[in-house]
Design a protein around this ligand. Structure first.
Ligand code: B12
Ligand code: SF4
Length: 585
């Protein structure tokens, strides 16, 4: 008999401090986890995995841009007579929200499977299930640990036959990425991302050993890559539905051993076949050493690059085993991207063991003066479940915040040898203020003009980063366009607010943030216009734009001269160290 099997995939968001789900009319970054799992289930649907008479129907949403209609999902699965809810790519900070959603579905007896880094990281690194996973298990939720490529059919068959197991653990066997199923999402879902970006991972796994990182313990230390043919397949499948912008989610695309074949193929698709490809890449701080990498990336359509700078203090980098970051090459690397007109975003982590409020303030001023970075984003060093840091603290019984919702890299979750929790949290807030002063925003725009980088592009990126913290009070990686709050979607344990209080306050909040965004946009536009009108702006220069030569050595390095390890290629120490730069109060 012909029947349906109905699958709903939800990528959960997480809660703000008031217990409301952080979601928007349009979110800013696509979820690659959702695209990967969707692609795998679409493949099973096409292959009629559950038999020729069973139609597998899939619906998917990213909660960052869509309100999850719990009742409709329950109705649809019941009407189909079979199916399940997959909570996809659930990070630690999203686990409390995932659990609240699961609770509702399990109360209606709908099967629920949770996958993603929290489940995989905990199963990989902890001796026993932590309390939140046990709570989910008690509700009858199943876990999927490890990667699902080549394993989805087994799961679907188990659910369909009522044999769903409590845990699917594939962490010991990483699937090959060559010719692996392609990540894809229908255009209606991609269209809910501002700028209509799709995503794909061209590789997984990493050989390095940064102690704060979960990736190595979940995806392994052996790198696996997609081929140029696969990437062409992803581009063509998206182009067929009018999508041509991609966020390549590899933690470091420069480490992908197929980078050149992939970029060459993208260049061919662009230049010979007329595909209008735009790429957003993530790379490390050594990518400029690879001959032709930056030039080819730009030709293939890369207009923006995320760089894992992490920190500029060599002591901090060594302490966390990030020895591959060579600070004496940062300026050269950033200048190489600028020469290709690419906008640079750099991530900076606060709270390494040697950090103090004074050293953080000093380091940010050094960056502003000496490194030509466009957008800088800050994170608190966090013992993420699945990382070596978390495992060690747990084993030693060091207190860590029990609320997983806070593991979003914006909250301080454990102690620090030199700062109180409050000081550290304040450092995080101050770091944004310190970097995004109007004065420094103008400097960045002047540098962009001098480097012939598209001024509005840099201006808009700066506005979006400073506004997400200053106006929306969320990290730019989580921000979107126009915040949504659903009164009834509040964290479990928190009381629902009276509609007469909730709705007028929401109206006032929306009006306030609208006005604040408008004011910020006008301020940045005034700066941009001032620079555009200034004929001398093309000749602007400063320390950060100076090339590093024998005559003009990079005295950025001098600030840390006594801390640079004596490794191959490191500059000879030029003690005594230069006096510290002035730090604004
Ligand atoms: C791209 C990315 C983002 C993107 C998009 C998110 C996404 N998940 O696609 C953006 C920029 C938004 C993002 C933001 C953040 N991210 Co992020 N992100 C990544 C990154 C680099 C790649 C994710 C990815 O595509 N992986 C590949 C997919 C296919 O793997 P996967 O999610 O594990 O899914 C597979 C399996 O788990 C399984 N699976 C997953 N779900 C399900 C569900 C079912 C039903 C089944 C059967 C199987 C299944 O099948 C999938 C295919 O094999 C990862 C690191 C990494 N290498 O994965 C970090 C990572 C996931 N992010 C992390 C963090 C901490 C964050 C932030 C909190 C802060 C930050 N600075 O990064 C914010 C959170 C904001 C938010 N609202 O999401 C951590 C999470 C660690 C943890 N324990 O929680 C990671 C691991 C990086 C790290 N620092 O260690 N991130
Ligand atoms: S932080 Fe980046 S370089 Fe370090 S281990 Fe993780 S993926 Fe590799």
């Amino acid at each position: 008999m012909h029947r349906k099997f109905s699958i709903f995939l939800v990528k959960p968001s997480h809660y703000d401090a008031d217990g409301y789900v952080i979601q928007w009319y349009r979110s800013s970054i696509p979820s690659n986890s959702l695209a990967s799992v969707y692609g795998l289930i679409a493949e099973c649907a096409a292959a009629k995995t559950l038999g020729p008479d069973v139609d597998i129907e899939i619906d998917a949403c990213d909660e960052c841009n869509t309100i999850v209609d719990i009742k409709r999902i329950i109705r649809t699965i019941r009407a189909a007579g079979g199916g399940f809810v997959g909570l996809v790519g659930v990070q630690s900070n999203q686990f409390p929200r995932a659990l609240d959603l699961a609770r509702r579905f399990r109360a209606a007896d709908i099967p629920v499977v949770i996958g993603g880094f929290h489940v995989s990281g905990c199963l990989s690194m902890l001796p026993e299930l932590p309390a939140d996973l046990k709570e989910a298990q008690a509700l009858g939720v199943s876990f999927f640990a490890g990667e699902a490529e080549g394993r989805m059919a087994t799961l679907l068959k188990d659910i369909d036959s009522g044999q769903l197991k409590p845990i699917y653990n594939y962490l010991s066997a990483m699937p090959d990425m060559e010719a692996a199923t392609l990540p894809i999402l229908p255009v209606e879902i991609v269209g809910r991302i501002a700028g209509t970006y799709a995503s794909f991972d061209a590789g997984r796994g990493c050989p390095f050993q940064c102690s704060f990182c979960t990736i190595i313990n979940v995806q392994g230390r052996k790198s696996r890559y997609r081929t140029a043919d696969d990437v062409e397949g992803i581009v063509r499948a998206n182009a067929a539905q009018g999508v041509s912008r991609f966020f390549v989610t590899d933690d470091n695309f420069a480490r992908n051993k197929n980078w050149e074949a992939i970029l060459d193929r993208l260049i061919e698709l662009k230049e010979v076949h007329g595909f209008k490809i735009r790429l957003l890449l993530q790379v490390d701080t050594l990518c400029h050493r690879i001959t032709g990498f930056i030039e080819k990336a730009a030709r293939a359509g890369c207009g923006t690059v995320f760089i894992g700078l992490e920190n500029i203090n060599p002591e901090s980098l060594a302490g966390t085993k990030k020895r591959q970051n060579k600070i004496w090459e940062y300026r050269e690397m950033l200048q190489a991207w600028r020469r290709q007109g690419v906008v640079t975003y750099a991530g900076y982590i606060l709270g390494f063991p040697t950090d103090t409020p004074e050293s953080i303030a000093r380091d940010i001023e050094i960056i502003k003066n000496e490194l030509p970075i466009d957008v800088l984003e800050f994170f608190c060093l966090t013992p993420l479940p699945g990382s070596e840091d978390h495992q060690k603290l747990q084993a030693k019984g060091v207190p860590m915040d029990p609320d997983m919702n806070k593991y979003d890299l914006e909250h301080v979750c454990t102690g620090h040898a030199k700062m109180s929790k409050e000081q550290w949290q304040q450092c995080y807030r101050d770091a944004w203020k310190r970097y995004y002063t109007l004065e420094h925003v103008e400097t960045i725009m002047r540098r962009a003009r001098a480097s012939r980088i598209h001024l509005p592009k840099v201006g808009n990126a700066l506005m979006y980063f400073s506004g997400s913290i200053g106006i929306e009070d969320v990290h730019p990686l989580q921000v979107g366009v126009v915040r949504r709050k659903v009164r009834t979607h509040r964290r479990s344990g928190m009381t629902l607010e009276n509609p007469l209080i909730f709705y007028p306050r929401r109206g006032a909040e929306l009006a306030k943030s609208g006005i604040q965004w408008l004011r910020l946009a006008l301020r940045y536009r005034a700066i941009r216009k001032r620079i555009a009108r200034d004929p001398a702006s093309y000749d602007y220069t400063d320390e950060a734009l100076q090339p590093v030569t024998a005559e003009h050595p990079d005295h950025f390095v001098d600030h840390y001269a006594d801390k640079i390890p004596k490794t191959h290629g490191a500059p000879a120490q030029r003690a005594p160290a230069a006096p510290a730069v002035a730090v604004e109060a």
